[in-house]
Design a protein around this ligand. Structure first.
Ligand code: GLT
Ligand code: MN
Ligand code: MN
Length: 388
């Protein structure tokens, strides 16, 4: 089946090596699919029509590889990239799997663990840049605690700030063209992860020495785990000029991180986020940080990857229909009706404030304005269900 919803390079769809390469391990059982090499993952992504591939240092090069092994692996990977035409827009560091990081990396109590985390990240930045990455993600899975008696949240913030300052200086020092994107998650694998939401990350970024180099990488599942509205997090990121990257997937409410196929669980929320990205003209990669069901075999993993991309493109078309639909648009005009009150408009003057205070309002009429959101939402639902 090939049609207008199939991916093209214009869509800038990317996947991590860890996403389609996920062998189906979970907390209660081991792998159920073969471990695919980075080269075969690139080939699979080429077949399904992805634009790019992202990786953690150790998705590509095992943590204990020798320099010669690293060279061999990187050369084979580069060959696969050339053969498929895929690029590497983003890279990141695994600072969560190794037991050394079991109590955090940048926020660990141990100065040596913190130094090792910086060492590992600088080397991973070098590798990412070598392969073409212009964006570097920081997801601090182990940067949290189970026991507030043992960790100091204030100290954790200072340590996180010191680490990011160090690394922005390193990037500048090397002359790399690389920006950072911080990814929030409320919990899992820690009971509580520091800086748990995109909003928290945005506030923290402003405290960094090179804040202009640092933005966010919001993930659908992570905001939904916190019970939040993902599109609202996107709006705040965009408004701050900080939407550097995005992790698309799906999640069924506050529970363990599900990383489901994009749009598979809550298509209406997915529709609104696609509508938002398209409306504002987001031009970054559209990264799917998801994995196939544990029941899937490798063929079904291909269906999973195609599904993420097709759903995005279908929703983009629905968003265009939404913007053109006459009844939807006239309802929106009705809902948004009203002339601006001159005295309440910026810029502030004391004269306007005084005039506004003495103005009289028809409070009863304001309370009776029609707000046909039921009609609007039903039309949106029918649009998504293919009925209009
Ligand atoms: C990990 C996590 C993701 C992050 C990845 C980047 S790794 O799978 O669940 O949300 O984006 O470190
Ligand atoms: Mn996730
Ligand atoms: Mn993610």
């Amino acid at each position: 089946m090939s049609d207008r919803y199939d991916p093209t390079d214009r869509d800038r769809f990317t996947f991590g090596l860890w996403t389609v390469g996920n062998p189906g391990r979970d907390a209660f059982g081991g792998p159920v699919r073969p471990t695919l090499s980075p080269v075969s993952i690139v080939e699979l992504l080429g077949e399904v029509g992805a634009w790019g591939v992202n990786f953690h240092d150790n998705d590509l090069v095992p943590i204990d590889a020798t320099a010669a092994e690293q060279d061999r692996i990187v050369a084979a990977f580069r060959k696969a990239l050339d053969a498929t035409g895929l690029r590497v827009p983003m890279a990141t560091t695994n600072l969560f799997s190794d037991p050394a990081f079991r109590d955090g990396a940048f926020t660990s109590h141990s100065p040596e663990v913190r130094a090792y985390a910086l060492h590992k990240t600088m080397r991973a930045i070098d590798l990412g840049v070598e392969l073409g990455a212009s964006l570097y993600v920081f997801w601090g899975g182990r940067e949290g605690c189970e026991c507030d008696a043992g960790k100091d949240a204030l100290e954790a913030l200072k340590r996180m700030r010191e680490a990011l300052n160090f690394l922005t200086h390193y990037v500048k020092d090397q002359g790399y063209d690389l920006r950072f994107a911080l990814e929030a998650k409320p919990n899992e694998p820690r009971a509580d992860i520091y800086l748990p939401t995109t909003g928290a990350m945005l506030a923290f970024i402003e405290t960094l020495e090179h804040s202009e180099m640092v933005g966010v990488n919001p993930e659908v599942a992570h905001e939904h785990m916190a019970g939040l509205n993902f599109t609202h997090a996107l709006a705040q990121s965009w408004d701050a000029g900080k939407l550097f990257h995005i992790d698309l997937n799906d999640q069924n409410g506050p529970r363990y991180d599900q990383d489901l196929r994009f749009g598979s669980c809550n298509p209406k929320a997915a529709f609104h986020l696609v509508r938002f990205l398209e409306r504002v003209g987001y031009e970054g990669p559209r990264h799917f940080d998801a994995h196939a069901y544990r029941s899937a075999d490798v063929e079904d993993v291909r269906s999973f990857a195609r599904g993420c991309m097709r759903t995005y493109n279908i929703l983009r078309e629905r968003a265009e229909q939404f913007e053109k639909h006459p009844e939807i648009q006239s309802l929106l005009m009705e809902i948004r009706a009203g002339d601006p009150v001159e005295e309440a408009q910026p810029p502030y003057t004391s004269g306007k404030a005084a005039a506004l205070k003495s103005r009289t309002f028809d409070r009863k009429a304001l309370g009776e304005r029609a707000l046909p959101y039921e009609r609007l939402d039903q039309l949106t639902t029918e649009l998504l269900l293919g009925n209009i």
